[in-house]
Design a binder for this molecule. Structure first.
Ligand code: KG4
Ligand code: ZN
Length: 340
């Protein structure tokens, strides 16, 4: 089955073809970062308008690159939430119109479920149950994935998501939006031991996270130092080290408590070099396979939506005619969109 995936939940317009036999064929991504950078964050109206300008040219680019013909497509999968409603609506309308015109089945995909499926790109080799650390700009959670749509939320952030904390701290230090990747690069040159920052909830039972206090503590350090390039690099390294300590500690305790064959780290923050390097050194001793998608599948992309949607379409799942998108859609309520 050849599935067209559509992702427009935030500031990346993306389309992909995924085949259930051979895996990912290709994907195209238009990143809107330049349009939002001068505002220091994503402007929802600009995001929706840019999706609407780009989506059709991007579809033609995908056809050209892959040489797939429209008649070869067997189904359409699109992100229906969580995300920015106007932005989601553009992708949903495109997907519904396309499916309707070509007489194809369509399926609404939860963006977080898409991130989970990014673990197995470019070709699915799933072994349920799988423990997933989802770390993105809007979400931070430890999820026990037991099957398609069967996601047990073990813990999540009580305030800021890890990516949000990265971005806010980076912004304060004068780095461009989105700051996570710039802070990561800066941290390579810094001393992670120089400043003292807290590791919230690290010694508490359970799998919840909290990054708001850590972000505020970093802001306080920045305001009281000389704000030199060296200070910036040292604070970046200290902050990143503290975030990764929290993520790693909870991950290891969840892995000790749950018997799984695979562990996956997914979402934009899973591109972080320190997190990847420390997971690589810790995981082998726990006897679990580590799945770390290529960086091109960490941030928002349509390949993961096509892969998750294909898994659902193969099972006969289909979304009704009425177009519905949702700003909030918790991962542990990941059934069909018409149940919302
Ligand atoms: O998954 P994603 O593209 O969008 C959401 O669904 O939220 O994640 C974006 C987040 C941003 O906060 C960005 O700063 C962060 O991922 N990010 C990083 C890195 N690359 C992207 N954070 C830390 N280190 C990185 N290398
Ligand atoms: Zn995302």
């Amino acid at each position: 089955m050849l599935v067209l995936g559509v992702e427009t939940s935030c500031d990346e317009t993306s389309l992909a073809f995924y085949h259930t036999e051979t895996g990912l064929i290709d994907q195209v991504i238009y990143s809107q970062i330049e349009q939002h950078q001068c505002y220091g964050g994503v402007v929802p109206e600009i995001a929706a308008r840019t999706h609407s300008d780009r989506i059709v040219p991007l579809y033609h680019e995908l056809l050209n690159r892959t040489q797939v013909r429209a008649v070869e497509i067997d189904g359409v999968a699109y992100t229906a939430g969580p995300g920015l409603v106007g932005a989601l609506m553009v992708g949903a309308c495109f997907a519904h119109s396309f499916a309707e015109t070509c007489g194809l089945p369509k399926v609404a995909v939860n963006h977080l479920e898409g991130h989970i499926f990014s673990a197995w790109l470019p070709k699915m080799q799933v072994q349920w149950p799988c423990l997933v650390l989802l770390v993105s700009g809007g979400h931070t959670a430890l999820i026990l994935a037991q099957g398609i749509g069967k996601y047990v939320l073990l813990g999540q952030t009580l305030d800021d998501a890890a990516g949000e904390a990265f971005d806010k701290t980076a912004k304060l230090m004068g780095l461009p939006y989105p700051g996570g990747v710039y802070l990561d690069q800066l941290a390579l040159k810094g001393d992670a031991e120089r400043f003292k920052l807290p590791r919230p909830l690290i010694h508490q039972a359970g799998y919840d996270f909290s990054f708001s206090g850590l972000k505020t503590a970093a802001i306080r350090v920045w305001e009281t130092c000389h704000q030199t390039d060296l200070d910036r690099a040292d604070l970046a390294a200290t902050f990143q080290n503290a975030v990764v300590d929290c993520l790693l500690t909870k991950t290891v305790s969840a892995l000790k408590a749950h018997s799984v064959k695979q562990f996956a780290v997914v979402g934009g923050v899973s591109a972080n070099s320190d997190l990847r390097q420390r997971l690589r050194s810790v995981l082998p001793s726990l006897g679990v396979d580590l799945l770390m998608p290529d960086v091109c599948y960490c941030t928002d992309n349509a390949a993961m939506i096509a892969a998750a949607g294909a898994a659902r379409l193969v099972l006969g799942s289909q979304t009704p005619e009425a177009i519905q998108v949702v700003a909030r859609w918790p991962i542990d309520q990941c059934f069909e969109i018409d149940e919302f």
